[in-house]
Design a protein around this ligand. Structure first.
Ligand code: PLP
Length: 379
């Protein structure tokens, strides 16, 4: 009998929720839909767009006009950073070493255009020190950007505290919250960010839909030019089915969050503790942090992440070596390197989701120790 595959790579992408698909299907199959058109079809499309925007805003405790749709989490990050930097006089930006490459590469690009970028270090748990953050802010700081939850090790940054510090110093605060929905509260007033990036495919919506929350009063310049969509902040005909799928998925992720979190954390803890107990010279990268409930980053000494991911794939288990977003070729993890504790070539990420079952975790526990032993023997 063939066993079904075990998907433990939710942080790379989550399956589309059936409810999101159901909301998308009539929009994909139905009448033409350009929300900028003046005719009946256009007005109907506009109503769908407005509804999706309203529902996403409600999940964030935001206003409808504070939601900007774009095509990915990467684009939302880039828009937040370039869009803010272009309109502010200062030429200094503060961020941190464990950010996603969408943020780091955008900052590198600004650096090559003459900006000064301070990348704050993190502690061994992957967390930024608020005092260090405060000391890094300068009168000419145009933006501070620190992620909410890390996509490789799951560490949660103290963004409410960091945002409050930034505000006292008159600096706008952006957070890449792509890994947060479904696991962490996302109310923008409690956090309290000025800009926040989300990506629908991480919480059960479709890939190719990003959301940038832009607080009233925070101006951003567009990075995509054309029509005046999204109140002039992002040109391009909106992906109506996509944004409605995102809205439905975000509502469900938020409604199920407090139930899913503890249930999935129990499975994650069992996976982590059992592997640590049965595999010699194994460790958790970023242990000690307050972490996302669904993710663990493990290292098995002497076994490269790539070898481990390939091996487990053959055994029917999907995991990621380092960060899936940069892979294809597994690079050493810049996040684990920033912890200065553990080998960045040996970091493998197991990320669970709402549909992960205990049975899948038990099967994984039977497979992984043998796979590590074989790889260590050089088989
Ligand atoms: N930011 C974080 C923290 C992520 O984990 C990812 C994707 O893995 C992104 C940004 C990019 O999102 P997208 O795949 O929608 O471009």
């Amino acid at each position: 009998m063939t066993q079904t595959r075990i998907y433990l790579d939710y942080a790379a992408t989550a399956p589309l929720l059936p409810e999101a698909l159901a909301a998308m299907m009539p929009l994909l199959a139905g009448a033409p839909q350009n929300a900028s058109s003046l005719h009946f079809e256009g007005r109907r499309a506009r109503a769908v767009l407005d509804e999706a925007r309203e529902r996403i805003a409600a999940c964030l405790g935001a206003k409808r006009r504070e939601i900007v749709f774009c095509a990915s989490g990467s684009e939302a990050d880039t828009l937040a950073i370039f869009g803010t930097a272009r309109l502010r006089p200062g030429r200094h930006i503060v961020s941190c070493a464990v950010e996603h490459h969408a943020v780091l590469r955008a900052l590198e690009s600004l650096e090559s255009a003459g900006y000064d970028v301070t990348l704050l270090p993190v502690d061994r748990a992957g967390v930024v020190d608020p005092q260090r953050f405060e000391s890094a802010l300068r009168p000419e700081t145009a933006l501070a950007s620190v992620m909410y939850a890390n996509n490789e090790i799951g560490s949660i940054e103290p963004i409410a505290e960091l945002a409050a510090i930034a505000h006292r110093r008159g600096v706008p605060f952006h957070s890449d919250a792509v890994q947060a929905p479904g696991w962490l509260p996302i109310d923008v007033d409690a956090l309290p960010v000025d800009l926040m990036s989300l990506s629908a495919h991480k919480f059960g919506g479709p890939a190719g839909v990003g959301v940038l929350y832009v607080r009233d009063g925070s101006a951003i310049a567009p990075i995509v030019y054309g029509g005046g969509q999204e109140a002039g902040r992002r040109a391009g005909t909106e992906h109506l089915a996509g944004v409605m799928g995102a809205a439905v998925a975000l509502e469900l992720a938020e409604a199920r969050r407090t139930q899913n979190g503890p249930r999935v954390a129990t499975m994650r803890d069992r996976l982590e503790q059992h592997l640590l107990a049965t595999i010699a010279r194994s460790r958790v990268n970023g242990a000690g942090a307050v972490r996302l409930p669904n993710l663990t980053n493990l290292a098995f000494s002497g076994v490269t992440a790539e070898a481990m991911a390939v091996r487990l794939d053959l055994e029917g288990i999907a995991i990621s070596p380092g960060a899936a977003c940069t892979s294809g070729v597994a690079e050493p993890s810049h996040v684990v390197a920033a912890l200065r504790d553990g080998d960045p070539r040996e970091a493998v990420r197991f990320s669970l989701g709402p549909t992960t079952t205990s049975d899948e975790i038990e099967r994984t526990l039977q497979i992984v120790p043998a796979a590590v032993a074989e790889l260590r023997r050089g088989e």
